[in-house]
Design a protein around this ligand. Structure first.
Ligand code: ZN
Length: 245
């Protein structure tokens, strides 16, 4: 729910982070806390198959606040929006287009068409009410080139549409856009050292299957789904890189 003390943040010095509770958005949150005076988070409940993500969000926020006192003072409210309708839309689209999606583009069946456009529009509406002039989001071209709404071109167009539609500058920062998963680990280390990497390993959620029983050196997950494989491969490249450096 949006609280009453709207526009309490100062535009330009404050940011709203799209925060899912995963590795990428956790690094984005740290990136924003390092730069801005005031940082709030927003998440979306779209009836994701694994609601563990929503629990991870709260846990990661509290772990970061506990581990980094300087950041704790900047970390403001969390907003969770109910987007149940997105589940209806994506189910329909996936059912109808599943064969095409698998055959032609290689897009994973987890792709929810237009999801990021909807997220960014709603986040901008909340940021506007809260007086924040920028959004921070973890979209990335490097590992997910198949997701058309993760491309910077899409983000640029969205940024322009939002700024025009709100009649105020709404900047969208995507610090991970050209960064691969190994570099994401390195960024986490630069921003918050081993403590942040530890929070990411222990408390963020990535696995498509919602598995959280097995602890790997890169974190919790089944280890076999595409999300786990990507995260594990990134971790290995990062470790090899830092060992060789
Ligand atoms: Zn997995």
């Amino acid at each position: 729910m949006i609280e009453q003390d709207e526009r309490s943040l100062t535009a330009g010095k404050s940011a709203l982070v799209l925060f899912s509770g995963g590795q990428d958005s956790t690094v984005c949150l740290a990136w924003a806390l390092e730069r801005f005076e005031s940082v709030e988070t927003i998440g979306f409940d779209y009836r994701q198959r694994h609601r563990i993500e929503l629990e991870c969000r709260i846990k990661v926020r509290s772990e970061i606040a506990a581990a980094f006192p300087d950041w704790a003072g900047k970390l403001g409210e969390d907003h969770l929006l109910d987007l149940g309708v997105l589940g209806e839309v994506s189910d329909t689209a996936l059912t109808r287009e599943q064969a095409i999606v698998q055959k032609e583009s290689g897009l994973p069946s987890t792709f929810v068409p237009g999801r990021n456009l909807i997220f960014l529009s709603l986040a901008a509406a909340v940021a506007y009410r809260r007086g924040a002039g920028r959004l921070v989001a973890g979209m990335c071209e490097t590992d997910f080139s198949g997701y058309p709404d993760c491309r910077r071109d899409t983000i640029d167009a969205t940024q322009q549409a939002l700024s025009l539609g709100l009649d105020t500058a709404m900047q969208i920062d995507t610090p991970l856009m050209y960064v691969d998963k190994a570099q994401t680990w390195a960024m986490a280390d630069e921003l918050g050292g081993e403590r942040l990497a530890e929070i990411i390993r222990e408390h963020t959620h990535t696995c498509y299957l919602g598995e959280r029983d097995t602890m790997h050196e890169w974190g919790l997950g089944c280890g076999a789904c595409p999300a786990c494989e990507l995260r594990a491969a990134g971790w290995r490249r990062y470790r090899e890189g830092s060992a060789g450096a």
